[in-house]
Design a protein around this ligand. Structure first.
Ligand code: TRP
Ligand code: MN
Length: 454
């Protein structure tokens, strides 16, 4: 028997509409948007509430130091890249990084893709102006992500089109379907640990990976010979996540769980509220306070301890473990100064949070006209994050990174030493620069050292 939804809860789920909703695209046709919302309401949920509950429990373990979170994927996914090859390569890199961390640090790894829904971006400027040859300076709406408009620079492409929200739903559904197939159908089995590395040979990170893979093989053969059931090695749980930005998408995909009568945003297992939309009095915080999913909040260097406590008052008043992950993104030069006071204040409050480090967004620079990051800054911010938490006796619980499984050249440095000129070789991102396959793996090895140092 299913539980009837509580009318008070249904009211609370729509209360955000009375608040300022930051960073929504300038949709030109409200009636069209409303029609699309109605369509989304009728479509099946993409995830099951019970899966979100399982993830919440795993995040609680990470907050307590019993697991480590690996969250990664594109800055912005694109519809054109929702291909089998692209999705497979990204999953492969996440699995390789997870193997390195699980084996190297003897820690369970909670695997979350920035995948299957990361199609919308907040923009600081509503419009973009470019010089054109024939018409001089042209100003058009900014690119808000594939589920709003197209990055192509012409008036038609840049006009926000609500139909794209439906396209986003379908791209997410097919991506998630392939993720489920790969993670449960044999591809992700630890018995295939070597195969994820195939084709990658020259780089030192790949040689180190091969050594670990050989040790894992031996260990599995040993366990099998001893009669241990290795069934749990054949599949993985890879959860989905994206920034909770477009409330006209998230609200229609929120469903009442028939088991409990509670609301879950069934567009993904995990949603995070961005640095630009985390106003405790704003619509985003008001809305996500009503859903049961585990939530992240990005915290940049301007955040105060009191801001963080106000967020907990709204999003996790009772202090449920695993409910809130604070994803700090301070910058390599700032993390050691800005993080301690924040962590101390939250720790003194007593409500548990899971702390993870986003070493990407505080380290963005422009070189030769390319938006990029230095790999050394990324590593340094992670190191600073560990230092601060170790110093305070708190738990550095995970990593949130922008990466792709492909061989792009968007981030400077790494063992292939991508330099300023090298950026031009294969710079493909639509928004922020991502770690490539080799840089992702290299970062995992560095994090193992940090986890072991304790
Ligand atoms: N299921 C286990 C886990 O998720 C073991 C495992 C299977 C695994 N395939 C994996 C671990 C790939 C890391 C990467 O931990
Ligand atoms: Mn980004």
């Amino acid at each position: 028997m299913s539980i009837e939804p509580d009318p008070e809860l249904l009211g609370a789920l729509d209360a955000w509409q009375h608040r300022a909703v930051a960073h929504q695209p300038p949709w030109p046709d409200a009636a069209h948007l409303a029609a699309v919302r109605d369509r989304l309401t009728t479509l099946p949920p993409l995830v099951f509430a019970g899966e979100a509950d399982a993830l919440r429990a795993e995040l609680a373990a990470a907050g307590a130091g019993e697991a480590f979170v690996l969250q990664g994927g594109d800055c912005a996914e694109s519809f054109a890249d929702a291909t089998a090859d692209n999705i497979r390569n990204k999953i492969k890199l996440l699995l390789q990084m997870a193997v390195v961390l699980t084996y190297g640090a003897s820690m369970p790894v909670v695997k979350i893709g920035r995948m299957a829904g990361q199609y919308a971006k907040p923009r600081s400027a509503q419009t973009e102006t470019r010089q054109t040859e024939d018409r001089g300076a042209v100003t058009l709406p900014s690119f808000y992500g594939d589920c709003v408009n197209s990055h192509l620079f012409d008036a038609r492409s840049r006009t926000p089109d609500p139909e794209r929200l439906l396209d986003g739903y379908h791209a997410a559904a097919s991506t998630l379907n392939l993720i489920r197939a790969f993670t449960t159908g044999g591809f992700a089995s630890l018995l295939r640990v070597h195969e994820w590395n195939r084709g990658f040979t020259r780089n030192p990170a790949y040689a180190r990976y091969e050594e670990i893979a050989a040790e894992i093989d031996r260990a599995i053969r040993f366990m099998a010979a001893c009669g241990v059931d290795v069934e749990s090695l054949r599949t993985v749980d890879l959860f989905s996540s994206h920034e909770a930005l477009l409330l006209d998408y998230e609200r229609p995909l929120t469903r009442i769980d028939s088991r409990t009568g509670l609301a879950y945003d069934c567009s993904a297992h995990f949603l995070w509220i961005g640095e630009r939309t985390r106003d405790p009095e704003g619509a985003h915080v008001d809305y996500f306070a009503q859903v049961r999913n585990p939530l992240g909040v990005k915290l940049g260097p301007s955040v105060t301890g009191d801001d963080a406590l106000r967020l907990l008052d709204r999003l996790n008043p009772t202090g449920e473990p695993g409910r809130i992950t604070f994803i700090t993104r301070m910058g390599a030069g700032t993390v050691r100064d800005a993080l301690p006071a924040l962590v101390e204040k939250v720790t003194a409050d007593g409500r548990p949070v899971t702390w993870t480090c986003d070493p990407m967004h505080g380290n963005t620079i422009t070189v030769n006209g390319y938006k990029t990051r230095r790999f050394s800054d990324v590593v340094d911010e992670v190191a600073g994050f560990f230092e601060v938490h170790r110093g305070l006796g708190t738990v550095p619980g995970g990593l949130h990174v922008e990466l792709t499984g492909d061989d792009v050249t968007e981030v400077l440095g790494g063992s292939e030493q991508i330099d300023a000129d090298g950026l031009a070789r294969r710079y493909e991102t639509l928004v922020d620069p991502r770690l490539n396959h080799q840089q992702g793996l290299e970062l995992a090895f560095q994090v193992v050292e940090l986890l072991r140092a304790h």
